[in-house]
Design a binder for this molecule. Structure first.
Ligand code: AHR
Length: 535
């Protein structure tokens, strides 16, 4: 059970109270009217928004890989070399920048040699973290790298520190990247791949504070230095090295790594999951929740901003030039197990609420784009906050999938500063900012603006000013639904899907719009009269 080590939310001070953070903009008091004002400073470009902020994570867990991605060549489900065609096609649309694999907790018990060679001869091992089920190892290194190639993504491999050795990890990287005639590369060729692969990122362990080995920061730093020393690859082909870091409010892992291993790490990882409840043992349900759980989910998700800010401040002390990136390589919502499902498989439904959490988190990452260079939502298919759910030959796209598709124009755009003044949203004792927003300029000169309204009852009139950019055309999309827990099912797969947004008006260069209750809107603003569709 990978999650038993996670610190209980209650001990992290996640009690419900006023949360005065903003996803992207400066927090502001409610204006006299019920309206909001967004000022985009289009002529003061900020950091580039690394497309890897939109990365994903797929672990050997439940039906995430087996069934969700891999069905085998002989499956009646239409597939390419064993990978589901429907899933590949859907993922290609998202321009997934990278996929993290094989875990998670699974990574620190994964021995890569179990997953190479003829499939019929691979050992069947035990997935001790996720249900104690047999692991066929049918999906191994070659399959993963074939899969990321099929969806057009880069590879983020997470190596085994917990039960592995420096030699095992070093040889795995050599097996994948070496261009020299060695026994390892000959074996790679015999297994079907002649030349080297490009590995963009290599992680040294996972959650060393818990399932990755229950270590202290100091002990892990020593191990990280040792393992990373042997991670060698041909010139220009060495992946960026990710050190496994901390989680939630704890900055001690970041501090230990940035102060004692800055010469060996390119990124420091961090994990934070959003639960609606105040304790890990009663997280809350994925569907059928009330408004109390709706607002508490956003109150808890907003803490991502504070956690990143604190870790960034620590990193700034040792790395003011910001050479080392911060990688939120596990994030997303985590609910109580769905009744009737294997509790260890972490399958959960995905509602409009999840899409709003994703928008909020992505806005936060973009606000910190100067330091956050990578983020990986957990997880891609059938596990936690998934893009896609499958049942036999059927597949549905979740609201989170649609949100990721709507946000694709932000990939590699340049963040623009914005000032957001908006009414707050209060329920009982809990107050959160009513809106979250972010803006960026794309390489083709458009300004992209995302707006999230957390209030499930009230539409908010918004006026948008664009300093240094005269808006001539606007187009956009909206994701919303009648119910807070609206979701897609195999019987009704299109209950929640984006629609064209027609609520924006341009008057004398000022953009006015009415932002409906509980929605995400993404607008594309153009200076010239060129037609751009957000879809
Ligand atoms: O994503 C599920 C699990 O959450 C991962 O295996 C682990 O790293 C984290 O605790």
């Amino acid at each position: 059970m990978g999650w038993v080590w996670r610190t209980c939310a209650a001990t992290l001070g996640l009690g419900l109270a006023t949360v005065s953070l903003q996803g992207v903009a400066r927090a502001a008091q409610p204006s006299a009217s019920a309206g909001a004002r967004v000022e985009i400073v289009a002529d003061r470009p900020g950091a580039r928004i690394d497309r890897h902020l939109f990365g994903q994570f797929s672990e050997h867990l439940g039906r995430g890989i087996y069934e969700g991605i891999w069905v085998g060549e002989h499956s009646p489900i239409p597939n390419t070399r064993g990978f589901r065609n429907d899933v590949i096609e859907a993922l290609r649309v998202l321009h997934v920048p990278d996929v993290r694999w094989p875990g998670g907790c699974f990574a620190d018990e994964y021995h890569w040699r179990d997953g190479i060679g003829p499939r019929g001869t691979r050992p069947v091992t035990l997935n001790t973290n996720w249900g104690g089920v047999p692991e066929s190892n049918a999906f191994g290194t070659h399959e993963f790298l074939d899969f990321v190639g099929l969806i057009g993504a880069e590879a983020y491999i997470d190596g085994n520190v917990g039960t592995g050795s420096p030699r095992e990890m070093a040889e795995w990287l050599q097996y994948m990247t070496s261009d020299k005639p060695t026994s390892l590369t000959a074996e790679r060729a015999r297994n079907g791949h002649n030349g080297p692969w490009k590995i963009a990122y290599f992680g040294v362990g996972n959650e060393p504070w818990g399932c990755g080995g229950d270590m202290t920061p100091g002990y892990y730093v020593e191990l990280f230095r040792r393992f990373a020393t042997f991670l060698k690859a041909p010139d220009g082909a060495r992946p960026l090295i990710v050190a496994a870091g901390g989680h939630d409010a704890d900055t001690s892992w970041t501090e230990a790594l940035v102060s004692k291993a800055a010469d060996k790490a390119d990124l420091i990882s961090f994990h934070y999951y959003t639960i609606p409840g105040v304790k890990w043992s009663a997280k809350g349900a994925a569907t059928g929740f009330g408004e109390g759980q709706w607002i508490s989910t956003f109150a808890h998700a907003l803490r991502m901003d504070e956690f990143i800010a604190k870790n960034s401040a620590v990193m700034d002390r040792y790395d003011p030039a910001k050479r080392i990136g911060f990688a939120v390589d596990e994030w997303g919502t985590w609910y109580d197990p769905q009744p009737g499902r294997e509790p260890q498989f972490l399958y959960q439904q995905n509602t409009l609420r999840d899409a709003l959490v994703a928008a909020l988190d992505l806005n936060i990452f973009m606000r910190h784009a100067d330091r956050v260079r990578m983020a990986n939502i957990a997880q891609m298919v059938n596990v936690l906050q998934a893009m896609i759910l499958t049942r036999g030959p059927k597949m549905i796209l979740t609201p989170t999938y649609h949100l990721f598709r709507m946000f694709t124009p932000f990939q590699d755009a340049v963040a623009l500063p914005i000032d957001l003044q908006a009414p707050q949203y209060t329920l009982g004792e809990v107050t959160v900012p009513g809106l979250s927003a972010s803006a960026a300029k794309t390489s083709d000169g458009r300004v992209i603006l995302s707006l999230v309204n957390f209030n499930p009852h009230r539409a908010v009139p918004v006026s948008v000013g664009t300093h240094g950019f005269v808006v001539r055309r606007v187009s956009g999309e909206i994701l919303t639904a009648a119910a807070m827990d609206a979701h897609n099912t195999f019987e009704s797969p299109e209950a929640v899907r984006p629609a064209a947004f027609t609520g924006a008006r341009l008057t004398h260069g000022t953009l006015e719009l009415s932002l409906p209750a509980k929605c995400v809107v993404v607008l594309s603003l153009e200076q010239e009269g060129r037609s751009v569709s957000g879809r």
